[in-house]
Design a protein around this ligand. Structure first.
Ligand code: SF4
Length: 348
């Protein structure tokens, strides 16, 4: 008989598990509190949960945390984890400490089907979606490694995969992460980055409890975007921007546009001027990210002067445009560098 995986279940589902095992509903609530609020995944030490219930759970359910297969530490403090899931599939998750805040970058799929030309994940192809439990598990593993329980942290769904192609699992994980009785993280500190899946954006637009929206744009024209991001054929730039204009933003909320600057591809002042026109009338900010060179991919990082000149055009046009510092490029942990393969480290 298949055993039930508990991690990733919401309160209602855990209460259902309790009742199906002949326990009172509130036992499910106790279990939910232990798993997510206390981040305790060991049934033996859940002492407020009755012994009978724990024995039944040990026989009929599982609590699976991915195994850490590789840890790489950057000189800037970034730590990249290669995690192995129950079926042997692998994902990467990144811990990014900064002076004023800590951010975790989580994956939502094993591999990615979007095939962005500049991205190492896309080059490896798509394997499968992650479950809500597998998304949460990345947070719990890193939280345990770095003692993050009860700490205010940021989460970005910007690791491997296109989150809006796995939107139900992502929203379920998000609800547990931000439930005050669950992991109790701030909703305002969780961001989802998409390359513009229309059905997923429509789903987000209808959802009251949702992460902040970031759109991975990376081009100043449809033609340029088609060369960098094949999804342009299915989800054209004009429609994407129309969806952004209609997106129901909350008070004070803005859409973040991510723009990876690639030398001599999309990093010229003329690109910045086109971007100014494209984003007109969208409440937004723009994050400029210098491309991180990946072995095997033909693109190059922009020069520092080019990045500043690009930013100036945007700022002079009245946009909030920030240059995002690249984190962990020495361990291939920066944007677009995540893969399922372990790095070749002497001695491993
Ligand atoms: S950039 Fe994001 S959406 Fe594009 S291939 Fe990489 S992981 Fe997928």
């Amino acid at each position: 008989m298949d055993r039930t995986e508990l991690l990733g279940m919401d309160l209602e589902e855990l209460c259902g598990v309790a009742e199906s095992l002949g326990e009172k509903k509130f036992r499910g609530k106790q279990l939910y509190h232990q798993l997510y609020r206390r981040q305790n995944l060991c049934l033996d030490t859940m002492t407020d949960v009755s012994r009978r219930f724990r024995t039944l759970l040990a026989e009929r359910a599982t609590l699976y945390l991915p195994a850490i297969r590789q840890v790489q530490c950057s000189e800037d403090g970034t730590v990249k984890y290669l995690l192995e899931l129950d079926d042997g599939a692998r994902v990467e998750s990144v811990y990014l400490p900064e002076e004023e805040r800590t951010t975790l970058c989580l994956s939502t799929q094993v591999g990615c089907a979007m095939h962005c030309a500049f991205c190492a994940t896309g080059a490896g192809g798509f394997v499968r979606d992650l479950s809500a439990g597998e998304i949460l598990a990345q947070y719990l593993v890193i939280s345990r490694e770095h003692g993050l329980l009860n700490q205010s942290i940021n989460i970005v769904f910007m690791g491997m995969g296109e989150p809006l192609l796995n939107v139900e699992a992502v929203l379920k994980a998000f609800a547990i992460l931000t439930d005050p009785s669950g992991c109790a993280l701030s909703r305002r500190k969780i961001t989802l980055s998409t390359c513009g899946i229309r059905s997923g954006m429509a789903r987000l637009a209808q959802t009251a409890v949702r992460p902040k929206l970031a759109v991975s744009l990376n081009a100043s024209s449809a033609e340029q975007r088609r060369r960098l991001m094949p999804c342009e054929r299915q989800y054209p730039l004009a429609e994407l921007l129309a969806d952004c204009r209609r997106f129901p933003l909350r008070k004070g909320e803005r859409i973040t546009f991510e723009y990876i600057l690639i030398r001599d591809v999309n990093d010229q002042p003329a690109d910045a001027r086109r971007l100014v026109r494209l984003l007109r009338e969208i409440r937004c900010k723009i994050n400029l990210i210098a491309y991180n060179e990946c072995p095997g991919l033909p693109f190059r990082s922009p020069t520092g002067d080019t990045i500043l000149a690009f930013q100036n055009v945007l700022v002079e046009a009245g946009y909030s445009a920030f240059i995002r510092k690249s984190r962990g490029p020495d361990i291939q942990a920066a944007c677009g560098q995540l893969t399922t393969r372990p790095a070749e480290v002497p001695g491993l």
